[in-house]
Design a protein around this ligand. Structure first.
Ligand code: ADP
Ligand code: MG
Length: 314
């Protein structure tokens, strides 16, 4: 029988906001991933880049300000490409080490992945995706004035810059990812939702000023790889209704219909939990037998075994 396929998406926010925190989080995150591989699942790993891409762009902006001729503006698409290397490097090495320690083949391939978006996507007029560090209201107001960035309050955690987060249309490197996964390699792909690109004339791909939500890109990837599970690992154990209120209620196993009802009620914040629940619904609906799970990074194994997390099925 063919191995069951899983796409595991690691939350950018769960990966910490600097290299030291990231190294610690990634060391933890690779364990449940290695468990799945050890159990015989074919695993493709994706990851977010919200905090990291913001930090990278801030650093690049400083460089451009110092010497704009030597270092012209670094577009967001290029910063996402950098984040794929920065995060992918860490996951590749830690996962390789963990697999070799267990006596498994340590072949991990990180695929630089571009994802097509539509220049007419309404997201370009309504930024929703939080990136970069969490700021106080005062810091956010100051930056908004200086840089003309848009800021929002992000789920009670502080203020963050928001950028356009268009729908992923197609994954340019899908055949490469599929070929590597089918050949038995552990693949890391579509990091940070993929480098957003517009298809222009001939074969040219032009970087787009956006950050695709990795939950949406992971869903598309999971469908196109014909995966059985989409596992979204993040900083909370469950999606909840009345989130952050005294009557908060964690969601366990729910149907697509229930999830849709809660989405319609506005229970999930756009730019954070909403894309996860929407991705989970889309995946569960896409073909009978497909299940999506949202849980805490450290609880991946319990989640797969049905012990925790929010599980959405058709
Ligand atoms: P990631 O980096 O893993 O994609 P996000 O910050 O984008 O993480 O989304 C997860 C966050 O969504 C949680 O940590 C929580 O703060 C926030 N959130 C917003 N609404 C809800 C909800 N209804 N239930 C649970 N978490 C929610
Ligand atoms: Mg997110």
């Amino acid at each position: 029988m063919e191995n069951k396929k899983i796409v595991v998406a690691l939350g950018g926010n769960a990966l910490g906001s600097n290299l030291v925190e990231q190294m610690i989080s990634v060391s933890d995150a690779v364990k449940p991933i290695a468990d799945l591989i050890e159990e015989g699942y074919e695993v493709v790993v994706t990851h977010g880049n919200g905090p990291q891409v913001g930090v990278i762009q801030d650093a690049m902006t400083l460089l451009s300000r110092e010497n704009p001729e030597k270092h012209p503006h670094f577009p967001l698409s290029v910063c996402t490409a950098m984040s794929q290397g920065y995060i992918g490097y860490d996951i590749t090495n830690k996962l390789r080490e963990e697999l070799l320690d267990r006596g498994l083949a340590g072949n991990v391939a990180c695929v630089l992945t571009q994802v097509e978006v539509d220049p007419q996507d309404p997201a370009f007029r309504h930024p929703t995706k939080p990136i970069g560090p969490f700021l106080t209201k005062e810091e956010a107001d100051k930056k908004a004035m200086e840089k003309r960035h848009v800021f929002i309050e992000d789920s009670g955690r502080g203020y963050r810059r928001v950028v356009a987060s268009p729908e992923p249309i197609s994954i340019i490197e899908i055949d490469t990812i599929r070929a590597l996964a089918d050949a038995g390699y552990v693949v890391i792909g579509a990091g940070g939702g993929g480098i957003p690109v517009f298809k222009t004339e001939n074969h040219h791909l032009q970087g787009a000023p956006a950050v695709i939500d990795k939950d949406r890109a992971s869903e598309l990837l999971a469908e196109q790889l014909d995966a059985d599970f989409l596992i979204i690992l993040t900083a909370v154990e469950n999606a909840a209704i009345n989130y952050g209120k005294p009557d908060e209620q964690k969601l366990g196993e729910i149907s697509v219909e229930e999830a849709k009802k809660y989405i319609a009620e506005g229970q999930f914040a756009p730019g954070s939990m909403l894309p996860k629940v929407e991705a989970a619904v889309k995946f569960a609906e896409s073909k009978p037998g497909r299940t999506a799970l949202i849980t805490l990074l450290e609880k991946a194994k319990d989640g797969i075994n049905g012990k925790t997390g929010t599980r959405i099925h058709a």
